[in-house]
Write a protein that binds this ligand. Structure first.
Ligand SMILES: NC(=O)c1ccc[n+]([C@@H]2O[C@H](COP(=O)([O-])OP(=O)(O)OC[C@H]3O[C@@H](n4cnc5c(N)ncnc54)[C@H](O)[C@@H]3O)[C@@H](O)[C@H]2O)c1
Length: 321
């Protein structure tokens, strides 16, 4: 086993729970320090060290990095897109001011070999090409979440250049998973729909039937994250954030994929404020730079993901078929 000590911020979230579980399989439970502003409840987080940490508290983070002799940092803590619009100042404070605190803590501590910072398709906006959105293009983000992520991308490149911090980053599309529920993003419908399909046989979507967005199943998000973090530094040509794609679908497509397994499934549509956010985002992503640099290739399409999601969601609610 490779000797690394890894600290994860925002560990109790949708991605954090799965990233910590995977890191603990790879490096051993005691070598992965989970941190968050809330205490963990998920079983996967209870088998190793946990510390309460608000990422805007730079001094506390430096103290934790020294206490555990941390070598890698996964900075996942954030306020997501839809939740961020309810309190834009809090979203900026956590997502941007908090990220600067993390970067300065890493510089002050001086022994972080690699730092992971997830960005998002939310960095794109109305004037970004919607199909096959290129790596380098217009980034006219419309939400405080997207603005803070784009500022974070540029600060990642800046700290790489001026402080030599090996920061790596992916622009995740909407992430679909069954272990934990999503934390207030615009793509959350694509998780909720599977739970409601199993529990109620019907779902009311907060995005319209034909709203296409780039999406990814959690195993592919984990695969991409670890492929990027395992790559040699020389392979990384993008020090802002890599475009990352897997599939693109709309709510009606998901409904059709679910009906293959649950023929009586019904969907209706009641778009809310999240529709306006979705309308500014790309529909599909050109991730050719990630593919060329470190061999990115997704495994799941909509039908493979749907079969797996329904299997696990049924298991969770103990529904037999
Ligand atoms: N889930 C997605 O679809 C998606 C897509 C693109 C990017 N991302 C990015 O991936 C990362 C993880 O996302 P997620 O879906 O797990 O989010 P989530 O909302 O599920 O989890 C975020 C976690 O951060 C914690 N947090 C909030 N404020 C904090 C603070 N001040 N200090 C410490 N912790 C704090 C929350 O308690 C929560 O556990 C985020 O940076 C997010 O922007 C996620």
């Amino acid at each position: 086993m490779i000797s690394e000590t890894i600290l994860v911020t925002g560990a109790c979230g949708q991605l954090g729970t799965e990233i910590v579980t995977e890191l603990r399989k790879r490096y051993g439970s005691s070598s992965v320090i989970a941190t968050d502003v809330v205490r963990p409840t998920h079983q996967g987080l209870l088998d190793g060290p946990f510390e309460l940490l608000d990422i805007t508290n730079q001094a506390q983070l430096v103290a934790l990095l020294s206490k555990y002799r941390v070598t890698q940092l996964y900075h996942l803590a954030a306020i997501l897109s839809a939740k961020g619009e309810q309190d834009p100042k809090l979203a900026w404070h956590v997502n941007f001011t908090g990220y600067i605190a993390v970067l300065d803590a890493a510089v002050a501590y001086g022994k972080i070999a690699k730092l992971y910072f997830p960005s998002s398709i939310a960095v794109f906006g109305n004037d970004t090409p919607k199909q096959n959105t290129p790596q380098q293009t217009v980034t006219d983000a419309n939400t405080v979440y997207g603005i803070s992520k784009f500022a974070g991308e540029r600060f990642s490149a800046y700290y790489y250049k001026h402080h030599g911090l090996d920061i790596r980053s992916l622009r995740y599309p909407g992430i679909i998973s069954h272990s934990t529920m999503p934390g207030g993003g615009t793509t959350d419908y694509a998780v909720h729909i599977y739970h409601e399909a199993v529990l109620k046989g019907r779902y009311t979507s907060f995005l319209s039937a034909d709203t296409y967005l780039p999406m990814m199943y959690m195993p592919d998000a984990l695969k991409a994250t670890f492929a990027l973090m395992d790559a040699e530094a020389i392979q990384i040509t993008e020090r802002g954030s890599y475009n990352l794609g897997a599939m693109s679908f709309c709510p009606e497509d998901v409904a059709k994929a679910i009906r293959v397994h649950i023929p009586e499934f019904e969907i209706d549509y009641a778009p809310d404020s999240r529709q306006q956010i979705a309308d500014t985002w790309p529909q599909s992503i050109d991730d050719s730079v990630a593919r060329a640099d470190w061999g990115w290739k997704p495994d799941y399409d909509l039908s493979a993901m749907t079969a797996d999601m329904l299997h696990h969601v049924r298991e969770r609610y103990l529904v037999t078929v």
